[in-house]
Design a protein around this ligand. Sequence first.
Ligand code: PMT
Length: 413
Amino acid sequence: MAASEIPAKRVVLGVTAGISAYKAIEVCRRLVDAGVHVAPVLTPDAMRFVGAATFSALGSEPAQSSLFEGSSPIPHTALGQADDLVVVAPATADFLARYAAGMANDLLTATLLATRAPVVVCPAMHTEMWEHPSVRENLATLVRRVVAVVPPGEGPLAAGDVGVGRLAGPADIVAVVLGMLGSSGDLAGRRVVVSAGGTREPLDPVRHLSNRSSGKQGHALASAALRRGAEVTLVTTVSTPMPAHPRLSVVRVDTAAEMEAAMGIESEKADVIVMAAAVADFRPVKVANRKLTKDDGIPDIVLEQTPDILRALVARRRPGQVIVGFAAETDEPLRRARAKRASKGVDLMVVNDVSAPGVGFDHDTNAVTIIAQDAEHEVPLSAKEAVADAVLDEVVELLGRDQGAPRARGEDS
Ligand code: PMT
């Protein structure tokens, strides 16, 4: 089928003012070759490095760079609303700062504010700038908003310098974009259900028992699965939604009971289930129907166990389904997590020692050991996105290995 007959996905290719802007020409050409409709948007300073004429010739429509000079009176909303994805390559330190701050002072940043499509940024800059705390913080802000990052590589930089900060290769950038569009990716065609966040078990209409889970690890898993081409359902207690994505459904829940119901429904057709949520183990037996006050005296709160969602999912696992649990531990993490894996009957138990600095609850980073029946794989302290990819790498391997044979259920379930 000719490229023009393919129902093309639409991508805005943003180019900012870095020396590696010339590589964006290759990104543009490769995306168009893959059947993608590419709308190039250059910042005014990017045109000091590369010409709009090149992008107009290679892209699917004329390159734009101004909010005011094109034929459309509101080009940013036209671009932002019509697109399936925005990729910015190279993304300079200045661009990252303006995007993180929500500025809209050129066509590219205005388009980014006007879009609900997923966004990929590909930073490129000198090593000193890449390592500067303000760049790291701006990037962390964007990652929290579930912007995907294709990190820079190491090698020769401008002016004869060598170090980290080199724009990722065009082939790698295009692979990420196509994965996010669902055109490819090692989870393309797979259904993945992820749980995230800490459940809240009410005591009365204004109070609840909960834990410190922020949902970041679960959201990073959902985001990585999307990037790798999966259809994703995120069952989350977090009220800040992930950006809309054509292959993402979000189910908001609060309590363990609500999460159990949602996971039961959503897991029926899933190929992969990942329980990254911190589900309360106990909940109050009685929920007062009015606010408890000091006048009532100190309440006697009697707790009962919540349902073990993971164990129930394993008990009704369908053939070929891969099930992943997380274990948040503080004492003897490996021993306890190995026992938990066997007892709950999951394929993978991902253990984090949440007493270690930068690990587990509410951090942007995590360090885990992924425990399978026959192997263990340590992931050192890394961004939660990298941990998510390491977990999904193992999931992909299990999906490839499994030819539909049901696995053993929990040894004591
Ligand atoms: O959300 P973040 O701030 O990013 O933090 C991430 C995290 C620390 C919450 C995450 O990495 C993590 O460890 N999640 C699991 C926390 C947990 O509940 O661990 P657990 O050892 O108590 O439970 C083991 C497994 O059983 C988990 O997959 C849990 O989802 C599941 N479970 C637990 C209790 C229950 N009633 N039902 C369950 O399904």
